[in-house]
Design a protein around this ligand. Structure first.
Ligand code: SER
Length: 328
């Protein structure tokens, strides 16, 4: 079948639904969109048990938005005249290994519900992919944009399938699907849960509390990481990019830093000289980390929509520690 490029739906970014608004990315992205997209209505979608609280609840509308309930999604889209969905519902890599069927249900059945609602209502969709979409056969250093994607985790399988299904809806129906492959994301706001890159967040909490950090992956385990402000900017900029310039869509490699536990520990010691770390390797997380890239090549994102990170390890470390000192 010829692959035709559609531009059927122009991007409006006015009425936005963030699914997973109380999660690691959603809690910050919802607030950023509310502050920065002029005249927007940003609906905080959540599931029971993860209700928005405080400023997230008070600053705009919220609705129960379980990706497994397509009819409910449809209603929200109609009620608010939604033009853009950020679909951030997912089980992270390590937890998905213990609950693979649930991960499939949320990540895949959930995605097709969203894409169907998007097709019927002309909605643009962002569903993040990840470094987890790669596997042990992928070139690990400078991982190219277009390369082997044979992950061995359920998380990775759902992320590759997400890329494929999003691309399918774009070419077949003209649904404006766009995405990035996120590295491990580091933030002082909302903790991740059950991921392989979580150690790079937890290490800062231990350092600021003056505790010894017990690292679950070995020295020499390199992975791509990114500070949350850069990741949020990427999620907004990709959705605002000129569609005619995008050769790739689902999904772009984006990168800003790659390190192993020794390197991040050394960066922390520049701010907190007596910080201590020891290793207690978690075989599952080590196995997953070993199958992921060391560092991605993000030149396509840079060329096609001007992606450029602002934070490196040193500036992120300083900012993380400053904020955690206030928070803890
Ligand atoms: N941060 C995710 C994880 O570790 C990868 O995208 O599971």
């Amino acid at each position: 079948m010829p692959q035709k490029k559609h531009t059927q739906y122009c991007l409006k970014m006015k009425n936005i639904l963030v699914i997973g608004s109380t999660g690691q990315i959603g809690s910050e992205l919802t607030m950023k969109l509310r502050k920065e997209v002029p005249g927007s209505t940003v609906v905080a979608g959540y599931i029971k048990g993860a209700e928005p609280k405080g400023i997230l609840f008070e600053s705009g509308p919220s609705e129960i938005a379980d990706v497994r309930d397509g009819a409910a999604l449809h209603e929200i889209v109609r009620k608010y005249n939604i033009d853009t969905i950020y679909n951030l519902a997912a089980l992270l890599s390590a937890v998905a290994e213990s609950r693979p069927l649930m991960a499939w249900d949320i990540q895949m059945n959930g995605l097709i519900n969203i894409l169907e609602v998007a097709r019927e209502n002309g909605v643009a969709v962002f569903t993040p992919s990840s470094i987890g979409s790669f596997g042990p056969e992928t070139p690990a250093v400078n991982t190219p944009q277009d390369t082997v994607q044979r992950p061995r985790t359920m998380y990775g399988v759902t992320k590759v399938s997400t890329e494929l299904l999003s691309n399918y809806y774009y070419y077949k129906y003209g649904v404006d699907t766009r995405s990035v492959r996120f590295p491990g994301l580091i933030s002082y706001v909302t903790l991740p849960g059950g991921g392989t890159t979580d150690y790079a967040v937890e290490i800062y909490y231990s350092a600021v509390k003056g505790e010894e950090f017990v690292c679950p992956v070995k020295a020499g385990t390199f992975m791509d990481m990114m500070y949350m402000p850069d990741a949020l900017r990427a999620a907004v900029e990709i959705m605002q990019a000129d569609p005619d310039k995008l050769v790739h869509r689902n999904a772009f490699n984006i990168a800003s830093m790659s390190f192993d536990p020794e390197i991040i520990a050394a960066a922390i010691r520049k701010e907190i000289p007596d910080f201590k770390m020891r290793y207690e390797v978690d075989p599952l997380r080590q196995h997953i980390a070993d199958s992921w890239p060391d560092s991605m090549d993000d030149s396509c994102a840079r060329q096609e929509w001007g992606w450029k990170p602002e934070y490196d390890l040193a500036s992120m470390t300083k900012d993380m520690i400053d904020h955690l000192r206030k928070k803890l």
